[in-house]
Design a protein around this ligand. Structure first.
Ligand SMILES: Cc1cc2nc3c(=O)[nH]c(=O)nc-3n(C[C@H](O)[C@H](O)[C@H](O)COP(=O)(O)O)c2cc1C
Length: 214
């Protein structure tokens, strides 16, 4: 009897190991389906999103991909804040409607908020410094985040509008303060994130900007 139980548990363990091995293999295969180049070429700025909230693990993963971007001397002079609270986004939208109505576009169909309807935002700040390196760093960080989101089936839109509003509008100060950036750090852009509900066509790119130098 004992030998039979031992044999059974050994078989069960072997089955679990084989299955998890298959799962791992499948995950690796899934990953291979989206190459970085695919992600770059298929990414679009998304401004319509499904109601489905984005899982926090995914938002965290996107932000982590952001901080893995190359950055000058690896000083990592950036701060990242994730907001998935609809009340925050809606309250800032109400303020924007009054002082920045041209940006909010509340007359558009399926309007949700002034963050281009995103269900979550990732706000990025960096210090002002003479060489402009910190701006380059957060630019690279931004694209890392867009591409990570793309692979995860999420849409993004880099936005300067809401960050300018949050930074410059007196009434928006409590919302800027809530982001809790360190002294000397300035909010530079927000990345809208969500499950896409549109498939916009690619905007044209001017390839004549690229030249080989012989
Ligand atoms: C620094 C920066 C600021 C942007 N600000 C806004 C913005 O405030 N609102 C918006 O809808 N899109 C904004 N965009 C998105 C651009 O409009 C978009 O990337 C561009 O039109 C190219 O389209 P694509 O991203 O679909 O390729 C911004 C993009 C960047 C890089």
């Amino acid at each position: 009897m004992k030998t039979r139980i031992k044999l059974l548990s050994f078989t069960a363990m072997a089955l679990v190991m084989t299955l998890s091995g298959c799962q791992l293999e499948n995950k690796t295969m899934e990953k291979k389906e989206t190459t970085v180049i695919d992600a770059i070429m298929s990414r679009r700025s998304i401004r319509q999103y499904k109601d489905t909230p984005v899982e926090r693990e995914l938002l965290q993963k996107i932000a982590e991909c952001g901080v893995h971007a190359p950055n000058a001397m690896n000083k990592q002079e950036w701060e990242v804040r994730i907001v998935d609270d609809a009340a925050y986004l809606n309250e800032v939208t109400e303020l924007m409607k009054v002082d920045m109505p041209f940006f909010v576009k509340s007359d558009e169909p399926n309007f949700r908020n002034g963050f281009r309807n995103a269900t979550a935002i990732i706000a990025v700040a960096c210090p002002d410094e003479p060489m402009g390196m910190t701006l380059i760093n957060i630019g690279l960080m931004g694209e890392n985040m867009c591409l990570a989101a793309q692979e995860l089936g999420l849409g993004t839109c880099v936005m300067a509008g809401p960050s300018t509003f949050l930074t410059n509008n007196e009434k928006a100060k409590p919302y800027l303060d809530k982001l809790g950036f360190s002294e000397g750090y300035k909010l530079r852009y927000v990345l809208g994130v969500g499950y896409p509900d549109e498939t916009p066509a690619a905007k044209p790119r001017d390839l004549s900007k690229i030249k080989f130098v012989d």
